[in-house]
Each structure stands twice: as structure tokens, then as C-alpha cells.
Design a protein around this ligand. Structure first.
Ligand code: PMP
Length: 287
């Protein structure tokens, strides 16, 4: 079946879904994106994702390309046209096209909107969660506004590539004070020896993950103890459990950091509980 991509008002075959050579997303990474999980053809936590999209756009002064209801309609159409049951929707809004100029264009320039959907076999994700993943730590060399979900992802690409060379699936960034900020494409969590869930507090150094927010809801419902604070690499290495959260992975166990085993080197019980209860708490909505 041919893949269909939405680009600026049109549903186009994959190979013909094109944007302008002077699109500012391409020239300057002047763009915002979102990734939303699709479960049984429905959207997971759509409201939180669209609220974050609006916030990111407003932080860098890009106008919303359309209202929330219209956007949900187009997202639903892309899911249906690609017959995605389980997978992800990728959505990108750039500031639009125009002569390459650092200064921002006139506010009247229309933003570029691209929406793709891709299937992701749940069995593959479940298999990965059953064994857990390894992560590699490295310095956080990103800009100071990681709370804005821009497509400026080169540090994350390089970090994940370095992790891959070490047999790790994810990179954990460390700030100048020796504390973990977050994963290259996920939020970082540990479970201390006392059984307390720890994840960094929201600030400009990390993305406010939607999965992080829902995982906090799951933890609250299950009356788990939680601390939102920064933790060091040493604390992570001594942790009982570790995991990452992201829309593509929901809750994914981490069983090794920099080649050192975490806990028993197998997915931890609190992690697996959060994972198994996640979709009961998340907002699941037809689009
Ligand atoms: N941090 C970063 C840097 C990310 O790229 C992502 C995933 N896009 C996350 C955290 C997790 O966010 P979410 O749970 O909304 O997918």
C-alpha cells in the first residue's frame, strides 16, 4: 500500500510529498514537531501533545497552522489513509518558506505543516521491553531551551549514534554539574534503593515529556513515591531500577548504564508496573 503524507493541505504519495528548498525548517531547523502514539487506530494523549505543540510554537513565535479540531481531523485522516493500527504519527510545523534570511520573515508567511503516520509492530516493542535497553551517558551539548520541541536534533542524532556504537539504544545527557538531564529522545528515570521514583524537575534543560506526565499520573494512582529532582550518574548507577519514557516507547526498562548493570540487570518491577498500567491512565481518543 502506498504511503500517504499530508503536506500543506494535500494528501500526497510518499515520493511526491515535497517541501520548498528554502523552507526554514530545512534551512535553519526553524520548526517544531510532535510524535503521538497510535494504539488500535486511536491517539494516545492527543490533548497533552497538542497543548505542548501550541506551547512550543508560541515560544518561538510560529502561528498555529490550524485549530486543534481541524488538526485532529487531518491527523485522523493520515492514520486512516495509511491504515495504521499501532504506530506513531509524526507532525512538523515549520515557519514556512522564503528567501534564506536569518531574521524572521513577516508574520503573514504561512507555516509549513507535514504529517506522517507509520506502523510499529507492538510485538517488537514488547520484546524490547521484556529484555530492557542499555544507555550510554555523554555531555549535554544542546542549547539552553530543550523544553521547546524543535527539530534541532543534531546533538541527539550524534549522541544516539555514539550510543549505538557501544551497543546502547539510548543516550543520557549529563549537564555541567554532573546531573542527568534526559535521554536523547526520552525522559530519564531511576528507582532508588528506598523504592522512590526519581525524574528531573521540569525546567528549560529538558522536554516536558507527555509520557513523563502520564507516567506521573500512573505513579500517583498506584501511590508510588515520586521525587521530581535532578540525579547524578553515580546515583543512577546505584539505582535499583531505571527506565525511559517517550511516546514511541511508553515506559522502557533500562538494564545497563555505560556497560554497568542496573539492579539485577533485568527490567524492574516498578518499571513493569508503570508500563503495564500506562494505557489505562492515558487519554485514548478517536481522531
Ligand atoms: N525528551 C526528549 C529530548 C525527546 O525527544 C522526547 C521524545 N520526543 C522526550 C523527552 C519524551 O517526550 P514524549 O513522552 O512526549 O514523547
Amino acid at each position: 500500500m502506498a504511503r500517504i503524507v499530508y503536506v500543506n493541505g494535500q494528501y500526497r504519495p510518499y515520493a511526491k510529498a515535497l517541501i520548498h528548498a528554502e523552507d526554514r525548517g530545512f534551512q535553519f531547523a526553524d520548526a517544531i514537531y510532535e510524535v503521538i502514539e497510535v494504539l488500535g487506530g486511536k491517539l494516545v494523549d492527543a490533548t497533552r501533545h497538542l497543548v505542548r505543540l501550541e506551547r512550543s510554537l508560541s515560544e518561538i513565535k510560529i502561528a498555529s497552522p490550524m485549530g486543534r479540531a481541524a488538526l485532529l481531523h487531518v491527523i485522523g485522516e493520515v492514520i486512516r489513509r495509511n491504515r495504521v493500527r499501532h504506530g506513531v504519527v509524526y507532525l512538523q510545523v515549520s515557519r514556512g518558506e522564503g528567501r534564506r534570511d536569518f531574521a524572521l520573515p513577516d508574520a503573514a508567511v504561512a507555516p509549513t505543516l507535514v504529517i506522517l503516520a507509520r506502523s510499529q509492530p507492538p510485538a517488537k516493542m514488547a520484546a524490547q521491553a521484556a529484555t530492557g535497553i542499555a544507555v550510554k551517558t555523554m555531555p549535554d551539548i544542546r542549547w539552553g531551551r530543550s523544553d521547546i520541541k524543535t527539530v534541532m536534533l543534531l546533538p541527539a542524532c550524534l549522541a544516539k549514534d555514539a550510543a549505538k556504537h557501544d551497543g546502547a539504544k539510548e543516550a543520557w545527557f549529563i549537564d555541567a554539574t554532573g546531573h542527568i538531564t534526559e535521554g536523547a529522545s526520552s525522559n530519564a528515570w531511576i528507582v532508588t534503593d528506598a523504592g522512590v521514583l526519581v525524574t528531573r524537575q521540569l525546567d528549560h534543560r529538558i522536554l516536558g515529556g507527555v509520557t513523563r506526565a502520564t507516567a506521573l499520573d500512573v505513579a500517583a494512582k498506584a501511590q508510588m513515591k515520586v521525587e521530581e529532582r535532578a540525579f547524578t550518574r553515580a546515583e543512577a548507577l546505584a539505582a535499583r531500577e531505571a527506565f525511559v519514557t517517550s511516546a514511541t516507547n511508553t515506559v522502557m526498562p533500562v538494564v545497563a548504564i555505560d556497560g554497568q548493570m542496573i539492579g539485577a540487570g533485568t527490567p524492574g518491577p516498578l518499571t513493569l508496573r508503570l508500563r503495564s498500567q500506562f494505557h489505562q491512565t492515558a487519554e485514548i481518543s478517536a481522531s
